[in-house]
Design a protein around this ligand. Structure first.
Ligand SMILES: Nc1nc2c(ncn2[C@@H]2O[C@H](COP(=O)(O)OP(=O)(O)O)[C@@H](O)[C@H]2O)c(=O)[nH]1
Ligand SMILES: [Mg+2]
Ligand SMILES: [Zn+2]
Length: 329
């Protein structure tokens, strides 16, 4: 590459600005403002300060593309991101993965069975969305598989999350149940669909956008996550306006960069209640005068939400502790 630099003393010709609509990990497709779609690679080092990411460029990024001497075009700059959803690549990893950027809405697709999404997973996702100022909603898919108990559980979850302020949709990509309202909700927005492998993200996009033709049925991916770390994310236009972003399924949702005293801010109902705690830096783990713990005991705050809060708090505290002992070089 340095050789090429020597040969071309002038900056390569800028082809324009556009949005990254596909990311395979090593290559990208950028749609220019004039509608042209260009296969691109990355040139340069785009890193968010202080965060190591496995993908420096994400679907949704607004980038500058330059023509190179050979036939590959290059992404040479990224415009500042309005927002993004990021997760830790794996629980122990220091590396993070940006799922998508510049979005209007992040939807977590969850299922009660095949696979069963845990409330911890849901809450970690929602907390991340709060932390990065992204509107989030919940979609419970595979409604066609529910028996009476499932429906009861679904109603309880809906009630819980509605009370906190999140919209909840019951849908079935298989039968089309509930899709009309969901489509209405996502039209004219750029929406990320996230969730475990096999919950039906791609099936939902196929059902919402006729002709999207995404590959589905990748349930076996669950067993291959180790080798399937290559990312393949794609933005699919909604003909009526807006777009949906399909990303590979994730197993866990490691949160990043949360200071322990901050975690409560990302659980709206805990945050509201924490105004009544005696100490402003209360972590709600048994401090004197804490208002949150009694609210959990009195069922004003759900136990599952509080458990999710504690799991993130623990992670954040470990990080903070580790920082203290980290060598300064
Ligand atoms: N019964 C039922 N199966 C579904 C539904 N949505 C998706 N599936 C199935 O679940 C599997 C995983 O779907 P896929 O869209 O690939 O999930 P993704 O990994 O989240 O993209 C496929 O076998 C789909 O046919 C649904 O609403 N009901
Ligand atoms: Mg998929
Ligand atoms: Zn408290």
């Amino acid at each position: 590459m340095s050789k090429k630099k020597n040969q071309t003393p002038f900056p390569s010709q800028i082809l324009g600005e556009g949005r990254v609509i596909r990311n395979t990990g090593s290559s990208f497709i950028v749609r220019l403002d004039n509608g042209e779609e260009l296969p691109c690679r990355i040139k340069g080092n785009f890193r968010i300060k202080g965060i190591r990411t496995t993908n420096p460029v994400a679907v949704g990024d607004i980038v500058t593309v330059a023509e190179a001497a050979d036939d590959a075009d290059y992404i040479t700059a990224i415009a500042p991101r309005k927002n993004y959803i990021i997760r830790r690549a794996s629980n122990l990893s220091k590396e993070s993965h940006i799922l998508a950027s510049n979005i209007d809405l992040a939807i977590l697709v969850a299922t009660l069975r095949e696979p069963a999404t845990t409330t911890t997973f849901i809450d970690r996702f929602l907390a991340t969305a709060e932390a990065y100022c992204v509107n989030a909603s919940l979609v419970l898919n595979k409604e066609d598989m529910w028996d009476e108990d499932d429906r009861e559980l679904a109603e309880a979850l809906k009630n819980l999350y509605n009370t906190i302020g999140y919209q909840v949709f019951f849908v079935s990509a298989a039968t089309g149940e509930g899709l009309c309202r969901l489509k209405e909700f996502v039209t004219n927005k750029i929406t990320l669909l996230a969730g475990n492998s096999g919950v039906g993200k791609s099936s939902l996009i196929n059902a919402l956008v006729p002709g999207a033709d995404l590959r589905t049925g990748e349930i076996s991916d669950i067993h291959h996550t180790g080798t399937h770390t290559t990312t393949f994310s794609e933005m699919i236009d909604i003909p009526e306006g807006g777009a949906l972003i399909d990303v590979p399924g994730v197993r866990g949702f490691g949160t990043i960069d949360f200071a322990p005293e901050e975690v409560g801010h990302f659980f709206p109902e805990i945050f509201r209640m924490s105004r009544n705690c005696r100490y402003s830096d209360c972590k709600h783990t048994g401090e004197p005068g804490c208002a949150v713990v009694p609210a959990v005991e009195d069922h004003y705050i759900s136990e599952s939400r509080y458990a999710s809060y504690l799991s993130i708090l623990e992670e954040a505290s470990e990080e903070a502790g580790a920082d203290k002992y980290r060598k300064p070089f």
